[in-house]
Ligand binder design. Structure first.
Ligand code: PBG
Length: 339
């Protein structure tokens, strides 16, 4: 305090330490840049529906749409051209039921898209989200027994869904339901079906968050009653988040993911020090919605704000960023490199 309050007259020059030396020119700033983004680390979420030649815009996620399989393949081709690393598929079924049986339907939109994408032979990692919420009539991430989501009754259903996606060609499955033991259940089911080469990206620390609103609009997966706080984590708990990650590593997770990204930067830092597996962060729908809305009002610059957010996520420790901005960011990186 004393030093801060010292009279200006007593402050001489800063001495030999002048961090501004390395900020002098664009070339110097580029040379010393500590965090560089690459298109190959971005994963684009895609929402897939049945039918053909169908593109239904999602109001709360500008530039994103529910795509029929053929259109999803077109989109994936564009993404591959931009050097984006992969896609993460979510399915929106025609019918929903109590058990979310559509999740494991080999004829559902996700397996169909996986087969088509596999056939297209694109240099993209094919990942599929594994959860029941898009497929249940009540919108919860598991089956309901006595008014509550039943953990252990849900696990085999998640296992079946993961096997259906692996059968269809998924490189990675991503259990996102926050059921205890879901990673072990998936590993067991996959190995039992001969898919020991299919990797698991665990939504390890996924908070019950206000930032999933636009996604739920896109997927029609808002819970019909109650909320997700009896299975998704309390965002207030950092130690519990680390424990969730520890359990998932022990259960066989190949990649750990935290979510939402910007409200979990501290968790990324801690996880990066502690675990020797790749770390992913999900820059979720609400985070992007805020950015889009503010940019539309002219209150922030979309590109600068987006690149700043993505850089902060990578700086904190994520090597993989799942983001709706994957295509734009890849394009910006190309533009900036060409300058
Ligand atoms: C499914 C799932 C959700 C998201 C990813 N997987 C929704 C939820 O948990 O309610 C949210 C992604 C986003 O907001 O972009 N369980």
């Amino acid at each position: 305090m004393g030093r801060i309050a010292a009279p200006a007259a007593r402050i001489k020059t800063p001495g030999p330490e002048r961090p501004r030396r390395l900020r002098r020119t664009a070339a110097l700033r580029s040379l010393v840049k500590g965090t560089r983004l690459a298109a190959g680390q971005f994963v684009m979420p895609l929402f897939v529906v049945g039918g053909r030649n169908s593109v239904e815009q999602i109001g709360s996620l500008p530039g994103h749409a529910r795509l029929s399989v053929d259109r999803a393949v077109d989109k994936a081709r564009e993404l591959a051209q931009l050097g984006v690393g992969g896609v993460l598929l979510f399915g929106i079924p025609e019918r929903k039921d109590e058990e979310g049986s559509g999740a494991a339907d080999p004829g559902g939109p996700v397996p169909a898209a996986l087969r088509a994408l596999k056939d297209a032979g694109l240099p993209l990692v094919l990942a599929a989200d594994v959860c029941l919420c898009e497929y249940t009539s009540h919108g919860h991430c598991g089956v309901i027994v006595n008014g509550d989501v039943d953990n252990d009754a849900t696990l085999p259903l998640l296992g079946e869904a993961a096997v259906a996606y692996a059968d269809a060609g998924a490189d990675i499955v991503g259990p996102s339901g926050m059921m205890d033991g879901q990673v072990a259940a998936l590993r067991g089911a996959l190995d039992g079906a001969g898919h020991d080469g299919t990797a698991i990206m665990a939504y390890a620390s996924k908070a019950a968050s206000a930032f999933y609103g636009p996604f739920r609009e896109a997927a029609g997966s808002t819970p019909a009653f109650g909320d997700r706080r009896s299975y998704q984590m309390d965002y207030a708990n950092a130690r519990e988040a680390i424990r969730e990650m520890e359990l998932d590593v022990r259960e066989g997770a190949d990649i750990l993911m935290v979510k939402p990204a910007l409200t979990s930067l501290d968790l990324l830092v801690r996880a990066r020090e502690r675990f020797d597996v790749p770390l992913a962060a999900y820059h979720v729908s609400g985070e992007v919605a805020m950015l889009e809305a503010a940019a539309e009002k002219g209150w922030i610059d979309r590109k600068s704000a987006a690149l700043e957010e993505l850089t902060a996520i990578v700086r904190a420790g994520a090597g993989i960023v799942i983001t709706y901005l994957a295509a734009d960011a890849a394009r910006w990186l190309q533009e900036d490199a060409a300058r």
